[in-house]
Design a protein around this ligand. Structure first.
Ligand SMILES: [Zn+2]
Length: 61
């Protein structure tokens, strides 16, 4: 299954629903990926405004 990213949260999911916002608006146009393991301590997580650990797209279109 192809991975896609939530347009709102940028989290990468394989299902039909975003686990964070429950949205179903996704994009396959992912530019770079990153694993956020500790959102409270990660500078990248703060930059991306990520509060839940997981795999994220750095940039989406
Ligand atoms: Zn989402």
């Amino acid at each position: 299954m192809k991975k896609k990213a939530c347009k709102k949260c940028r989290i990468i999911v394989t299902g039909d629903k975003c686990p964070i916002c429950n949205g179903n608006s996704f994009t396959n146009n992912i530019k770079g990926r990153i694993h956020i393991l500790d959102p409270d301590k990660s500078k990248i997580a703060q930059t991306l405004e990520v509060h839940v650990k997981g795999e994220y797209a750095i940039r989406i279109r």
